[in-house]
Structures are given as C-alpha cells and as structure tokens.
Design a binder for this molecule. Structure first.
Ligand SMILES: [Ca+2]
Ligand SMILES: [Ca+2]
Length: 398
C-alpha cells in the first residue's frame, strides 16, 4: 500500500511510543557499585546530559559526562536499577557539583519489589567544584536482589535569600560496602550489568524521545521537512502560507525555563543546551564519510529582533559535542520564508548514522525545511536549496 506523505507523518508520530530506550542496569561486585550518572536506567523531567567542567565553571572543558538539573519539578528523577549479591550497609558517595552550599540532592533507595513508602530517604550536599560529596550516608541491603535508587533535586534552604532554583550536576554514584574507604579520583570502574543478572520487568526502561527514523543522503544531498519530527520544544504551524511540505516548526521557549542559560551564552562551546526533549533531532545515514553543510529555510516576520538557532551533533552517548554552531539571519531578505543568510555550518560526518540536533536560540525561531549537501558540490547544493525539490522520506533503522 502506498502511503501519502501526510499519513506517513502521522504514523511516525503515532509509533513513537513504541520506541524504547535501552537503559542500563548495574550490579554490586565485591562490595562495589559504581555508576556513571549519565548511564541511568531511566529519567523523568528535566535532568539532562552535559559535559561537566573538571575545575571551576567557565574553565577549560573536560571529557567528564554528567547529568544536570536546574529548573525542574521535585518529581523529576534519575533512576538506577542495581542488583546486590551481598547484604550489608553501603556508604553512598556522589561525585558532582552544585551552585551553592545549600543545594541538596535527595537520594531515595528501596528494594525493587517494595512500595515507595519503604524507601530510605536522605539528602546529600554536593561540593561547589566537581568532586566527591563528603557527607556520611549509608543505605542498607537486607536481602540480595534488585533495588532502585532515585536521585531527585533536593530543596534549597528556605533561609537562603535567593529563591530561584540553582543547578546540580552528578557525574558518578558509588556505593561501597562498609567498612569502606573514601573513593579517590574518578572512583572505581563502572559496574554495569552486562547480562550476568536477569533484569526484572519492573526495572524496564521507558521510552526515549529518540526516533528510529533515519534519512539517507543520496547524490550528495538530502532535503528534510521537519513537520513530522517529534519534539516537545517546537510547535507545528501552517500559517502564513509560503512554506514547503505541510507547514513549519516554531521554537518557543516561553515556559518556566526562564533561567539564565540564555544570558550566559547558551550554545557557546562548553555551555549546555536545552534539555534533549526540546531538540529537533535528525538522524542521517551516509555511505561515505564527508563534509556536509546544513542549511535551514526559515520563516520570520519583519518585527522579529533576532533570528538565531544552534546546530550540533550528538556523540555515541547522546551528548552534544562542542562546539555547536550558530545559524541565523540578518533580515536582509525581508520577511517571509528564506534560507538563513549567516552561512551554512559544515560538519564532518562519518559513514553510518550521524545524529544532528537543532535548538532554538531566539524566541519564535522557525524552521520550514532542512537542506544538507556535500561541501563544495555545486550541483548537490543547487538541488538541495531549490524549494521545488521534493523532500526525502526517512527509513527506519534496525
Ligand atoms: Ca559521569
Ligand atoms: Ca516545511
């Protein structure tokens, strides 16, 4: 049966819920559980992956990967499923960073087969520079088996003058059977469950925002309509006319995420973007590695003061690679639909599947069409930028 492009778009949206994220689970080995925070079993809410500075914020970037939360609800959590073979008390060590001494992370721990009310709960304050929290907190494992550990944002002291949320990031979680030593450096090697312990269904990882649709580059280019791409951060519009495809997407950051990320230069190398569920994510399959340019067809009104977005690539862990590039428009071409005129950023893409993402930078930034073409290939560029060229439909990976 031939599907129309609109019904295909609808199917892409409807099928998303069946795409599961293969979350990690962990084991206790010789009295040690060691977890990279970014390898969570599941997350809800606004925890998102970042690259964390080793030293002070603003210092040189490191390769440390961590999970961060800033604004967000108390129910936003990171969940880790852990199998213990040995009973006993385990000292809880968190490696991370917070913005102020009063910022806490709350830890909830319970057997997998028991209810929430059986959780042990305590708070840990993170240091101001990336390092191990030095508070003494322990959890008790009464029976061997599966347990769950949740990390949620603790509350700030109500005595503090600044009532805004501040940020907390966690690089690593280590549980050491008592008596234990203080971890040093990066801590022990991670103890991921590589299949030695069967995972109960209740720990099952949940759904990802990532789709399994992938666009193939053919003859040096691909043309993508972003309308069917699933994202929470970009709304669908079909007014005014002049778009290609079925409409266009508009980024609108007017929610409670009003923090100072943008004023600190969001999108500069080393500064994290918005949470991943607000990104427009595009997966591209290439037969041969090469340098490709990414051009965006944008909609803008005459009164829009700024027209700007960021484009980046994700690494194999789903983390944004630095730097991620700016793309914008000078409004020289007047209002309406046009290709952004600050130039098209170039990416060295590998053979196989690459993931790019778009995040808005100026309010109401709109994208109608995405054209990707081989750098220096005039024929591919002309074809990709011609609004008459038909867009490509994605295929599915594995
Ligand atoms: Ca980490
Ligand atoms: Ca469009």
């Amino acid at each position: 049966m031939a599907l129309s492009r609109f019904s295909l778009a609808w199917i892409m949206v409807a099928n998303l819920a069946s795409v599961a994220w293969a979350g990690n689970t962990f084991i206790e080995r010789d009295g040690v559980v060691s977890i990279e925070a970014e390898h969570y079993t599941d997350r809800t809410g606004r925890w998102h992956p970042v690259r964390e500075h080793d030293a002070v914020p603003g210092g040189p970037q490191s390769s440390v990967k961590a999970m961060k939360i800033k604004s967000g609800a108390f129910t936003d959590n990171l969940r880790y499923a852990i199998h213990f073979s040995q009973t006993g008390n385990y000292r809880v060590w968190l490696r991370g960073r917070s913005q102020g001494k009063v910022d806490e992370l709350r830890v909830l721990f319970r057997p997998e087969n028991r209810g929430q009310s059986d959780s042990s709960v305590f708070n840990i304050s993170l240091p101001l520079t990336l390092g191990w929290a030095n508070q003494l907190q322990s959890i008790r494992v009464e029976q061997p088996g599966w347990y769950r550990l949740l990390l949620v944002k603790g509350k700030r002291s109500k005595w503090h003058w600044d009532v805004r949320d501040s940020e907390r990031s966690v690089d690593k979680i280590v549980l050491l059977r008592e008596p234990s030593i203080t971890p040093s450096g990066d801590g022990p090697e991670e103890t991921i469950n590589a299949g030695s312990q069967p995972v109960p269904e209740s720990t099952a990882p949940l759904q990802s925002i990532e789709t399994n649709e992938v666009w193939e580059l053919r003859d040096g280019y691909v043309v993508i309509e972003p309308e069917p791409i699933v994202t929470e951060g970009w709304c669908y519009r079909d007014q005014p006319s002049g778009f290609t495809g079925a409409g266009y997407r508009i980024w609108d950051p007017c929610d409670d995420r009003e923090d100072d990320v943008s004023s600190r230069g969001k999108g500069e190398p080393g500064v994290e973007p918005e949470p991943p569920d607000t990104w427009l994510t595009i997966r591209l399959r290439l037969k041969k590695a090469g340098r490709y340019r990414v051009d965006l067809r944008n909609y803008h009104s005459a009164t829009q003061p700024e027209i700007e977005c960021r484009i980046g690539r994700l690494d194999e862990d789903g983390l944004p690679e630095p730097p991620f590039y700016r793309s914008g428009d000078s409004l020289n071409d007047g209002p309406g639909f046009s290709w952004l005129d600050w130039g098209a950023p170039a990416f060295d893409l590998k053979a196989g599947v690459n993931t790019l993402y778009l995040v808005g930078a100026s309010p109401s930034f709109a994208v109608d069409r995405i054209a990707i073409y081989r750098d220096g290939d005039a024929a591919a560029k002309a074809k990709a930028l011609n609004p008459e060229t038909r867009d490509s439909l994605p295929t599915e990976t594995e």
